[in-house]
Structure formats: structure tokens, C-alpha cells
Design a protein around this ligand. Structure first.
Ligand code: PLZ
Length: 452
């Protein structure tokens, strides 16, 4: 009961948590090690972890462990705590709603907060057409429901996803996800009528956006047939696949082709949405308007909540009772989302993401100039990455990425890797982080690269 032993001395999370990196033990410290031993005895081996600590508090740009180590957070729990962990407005909204009621099931007795989140999503997502929303629990569930809706609307079955795409771990979303290990291997058979085409990966394909779109469109026309295609599902900036920013013109050309062929254009903004990229939605950066957009992660300040929002006539295609789930749009999660959305709209978080972009890109470009193994520096807002590759051949260097990430974590800086080839280090700081911590985190990253 290591956490109970600690309870009287546990710090509160949120912005009050001292914003300083502090290492008092090696990672993992003894208390964390105890928890990790219990984890491996009690939790299924398939549920891995990258940072070997027992987390007890988080806030601003810090995650604190049971041993008293304070780590700089450049991961936000995979782009979730964008407003910060334990944001005061979010905590207050959760407590107030929990005291009121925790659940009625929206499909049994509807409540206002769900409707208010739907109204906010309809208002905030790109495009000024009439929109409707349905809420779910996870990003995968949102993507899966977007596909259901698109199929019902079009009466077609085929769905196109992209190389390096990631959309979740359920059966349908595994089929949409590109990477076999660790997401798919051994878990088939996968859902039928999913087709994969190449996207735009400027660092590796060297194609203009228009040429990359033409390549994808030819495959869709020749190998799938527009008349069979219900939807195209795409991340505007690919997340797990390597923070790949498509070349200019790629996304608008694919969107236009979908429009011309009555194919539902589904943009998966589960990772890129809600101020993460320096715009409320990454779609805005590329001038695209999704027919359906999926959201989750940052929307509810750490609570599980996801949405599908889109053109009213498409969203209304499913018959009454065709969409839903026991917990979808849970009232506590909706209250948290309304508080987080208030912060996104009123606390300057979009501008903060833009400042973080400049700071991080400057620092990382400096690193790339002196170290040719840093082959590419890319991203938008607080969704930035470096791709590590052999300077001569361009071969992906996953071992280098893993070594650097391990060294950062040992020094108390949480970084995550990603990419189909595992050779990308991504940075997803909470927007609540201060510049000093961000610089210190990047200093540690720079030393780790230099030492490898
Ligand atoms: N779509 C674009 O990024 C989740 C997954 C990490 P869920 N990404 C992090 C892991 O190893 O499971 C994600 C995403 C995009 C969909 C999802 C799925 O969202 O809330 O994890 O289901």
C-alpha cells in the first residue's frame, strides 16, 4: 500500500505543484519499483509503460512520483493534459458535477452538459455549415462511429486510410491503423473493406503535396473505386506514425477529390485537436473543412471523452438508437470538457501553443545544424518532433531514438518516441508549462543526443 503510506504527505497536483525538476533517486526509485513489481504481477503484460515511475501528482509542466522525483513533462499523457493536469477550473467542475450526479446514461435521461459540449464542438470545429455531434469515451470509439455514420450516409462500405496512420486499438480501428508491431500483430483477423494508400511524408518521399495527393487519388480510383468508397480517414498531422506534417496542398487536394466523389472526408483530430497545434484544430492550418471530425484527448482536461462532429445531414443518417453506448458523454467528463473548453477559448492557449512552437523549433533546429543524425525537425504548435536517421543513407535510427528517450527519462524528462520506424522523438508539453522548464527539458534532450 505504498500510496496509502504516503497519503498524508502527497502534494496536490495542478499549477500549485512546484515547477522544478528534482531528482532525489535514480528512476525508478524504491517506491516506484514496488508499484511496478505489483503491476507486473497484477496487470496484463500487454499493457506496457514507458516511464518507470509511480505517478502521484501532476500539474503545470511537472509529473511527480512516489519517491519525490519531479519530472519535466514533455508528453502530456499522450497529448491529453493540454490545459495542464488538475487544471483548477477542470477540478472544480468535476467535483461539482460528481456531487450532483455521476451518471444517468444520456440515452436514458439526457442532461445539459452533454448538449452543451455538442454545441461547443459544433461551434468550434472548422466550417460554418450546420453541424451535429455524438459523444463517446475514447478516440478509437469516435473513429469507429465516424465510419459507421459515413457508411450509413453513403450506403457504401469501403474506407481508405493512409500509410503511417493511427486510429486506435479496437478491431475496426486496428484495421485502419498502419503499424503491425505493437498494435496489430497476432490480433487479426481485421475488419474488411479497409484500403491503405500512401500519404505525404516530405522528409522521406520528396513529393510535392499535389503529387502525393495524385498518387493517393489514382490508387483510390483504380483499386477501390470512388463508387464503393464511403469515407477517407486521415490525421491532418500524423501522430503515432511520426508527427508527419503533409506537404502543402496534399490535404486540400484529397478533400476536394472526396467532395467531387461524394466520399465522406473524416479528419481524425484526436491527437491534433484543441489548441495542440497552435490552432483550435489542425485542419485550420491546412485550410481544410472536414465532413466529420473526431476529437478526444485534450478536449476534457484528462477525463475520457470523445466526439464525432460534422455535417448535420451526414450525422443524422444513423437511425435513432443506432449510435450510443452506456457511458458516452458521461456527465463528469462533459463538465470537465466545458471547463477545459473555457480555458482553450479564454486563457490564450492557442497563442501559448504558437509560442511553444517557436521556442521548440528554434532549439531543435540548432541541434539539427550541429548533428546530422537529426534528419528532420517538424511539427506545429506544441506537437513537435525530431526524426533520427543515418546522415548518409537516411536509414531510420530507432536504436538512437530509444537510447536518447531512455537517457532523458533517467534525467527526469518525460519524452515519447513514435513513428512507423520508431525513430522519431516527439514533444507534447502541456500548454501550462513555463518557458524555463521547457528550456531545461530541451537542455536535457540536447545533452542526451550529444552523449549518444
Ligand atoms: N486517433 C489520431 O492519436 C490515440 C494511442 C497510444 P484512444 N493515440 C495514442 C496507444 O499506444 O494506445 C489516437 C490518435 C488518433 C485515434 C486515437 C485513439 O484514441 O483514446 O487511445 O482510443
Amino acid at each position: 500500500m505504498i500510496i496509502d503510506d504516503l497519503a498524508p504527505s502527497l502534494p496536490l497536483g495542478g499549477p500549485g505543484l512546484p515547477q522544478q525538476r528534482r531528482m532525489v533517486t535514480a528512476i525508478p526509485g524504491p517506491r516506484s519499483r514496488d508499484l511496478l513489481e505489483r503491476k507486473s504481477a497484477a496487470v496484463a503484460a500487454g499493457v506496457g509503460h514507458t516511464v518507470p515511475i509511480a505517478a502521484v501528482a501532476a500539474g503545470g509542466g511537472i509529473v511527480m512520483d512516489a519517491d519525490g522525483n519531479a519530472l519535466i513533462d514533455l508528453g502530456s499523457g499522450i497529448a491529453v493534459t493540454t490545459v495542464g493536469s488538475a487544471h483548477p477550473k477542470v477540478v472544480e467542475a468535476i467535483a461539482a458535477q460528481a456531487a450532483q450526479f455521476t451518471h444517468t446514461c444520456f440515452m436514458i435521461s439526457p442532461y445539459e452538459s452533454y448538449v452543451a459540449v455538442a454545441e461547443a464542438l459544433n461551434r468550434l470545429t472548422p466550417g460554418d455549415h450546420e453541424k451535429k455531434t455524438a459523444l463517446f469515451n475514447s478516440g478509437a470509439e469516435a473513429v469507429e462511429n465516424a465510419v459507421k455514420i459515413a457508411r450509413k450516409h453513403t450506403g457504401r462500405q469501403a474506407v481508405v486510410a493512409f500509410d503511417h496512420g493511427y486510429h486506435g486499438r479496437t478491431n475496426l480501428t486496428m484495421a485502419l491503423t498502419a503499424k503491425a508491431m505493437p498494435y496489430k500483430s497476432g490480433f487479426g483477423p481485421f475488419a474488411p473493406e479497409i484500403y491503405r494508400v500512401p500519404g505525404s511524408y516530405p522528409f522521406r518521399d520528396g513529393l510535392t503535396g499535389v503529387a502525393a495527393a495524385a498518387r493517393a487519388i489514382t490508387l483510390m480510383e483504380k483499386q477501390v473505386g470512388a463508387e464503393n468508397l464511403a469515407a477517407v480517414v486521415i490525421e491532418p498531422i500524423q501522430g503515432e506514425g511520426g508527427f508527419i506534417v503533409p506537404a502543402d496542398g496534399f490535404l486540400p487536394a484529397v478533400a476536394q477529390w472526396c467532395r467531387d466523389n461524394d466520399v465522406v472526408f473524416i479528419v481524425d483530430e484526436v491527437q491534433s485537436g484543441f489548441a495542440r497545434t497552435g490552432a483550435m484544430f489542425a485542419s485550420e492550418l491546412f485550410g481544410i473543412v472536414p465532413d466529420l471530425i473526431t476529437t478526444a484527448k485534450g478536449m476534457a482536461g484528462g477525463m475520457p471523452l470523445a466526439g464525432v462532429t460534422g455535417r448535420a445531414e451526414i450525422m443524422d443518417a444513423a437511425h435513432a438508437g443506432g449510435l450510443g453506448g452506456t457511458y458516452g458523454g458521461n456527465p463528469v467528463a462533459c463538465a470537465a470538457a466545458l471547463a477545459a473548453i473555457d480555458a482553450f477559448e479564454n486563457d490564450g492557449l492557442i497563442e501559448r501553443a504558437q509560442q511553444i512552437e517557436r521556442l521548440m523549433l528554434d532549439r531543435l533546429q540548432e541541434l539539427a545544424e550541429v548533428d546530422p543524425r537529426v534528419g528532420d525537425v517538424r511539427g506545429r504548435g506544441a506537437m513537435i518532433a525530431i526524426e533520427l536517421a543515418d546522415p548518409g543513407t537516411g536509414a531510420p535510427d530507432a536504436a538512437l531514438a530509444a537510447g536518447i528517450a531512455r537517457a532523458c527519462i533517467a534525467e527526469g524528462v518525460i519524452v515519447l518516441t513514435c513513428g512507423t520506424y520508431g525513430n522519431v522523438i516527439r514533444f507534447l508539453p502541456p500548454l501550462a508549462i513555463d518557458d524555463e522548464l521547457l528550456h531545461e527539458g530541451l537542455d536535457v534532450v540536447a545533452s542526451a543526443i550529444a552523449a549518444h
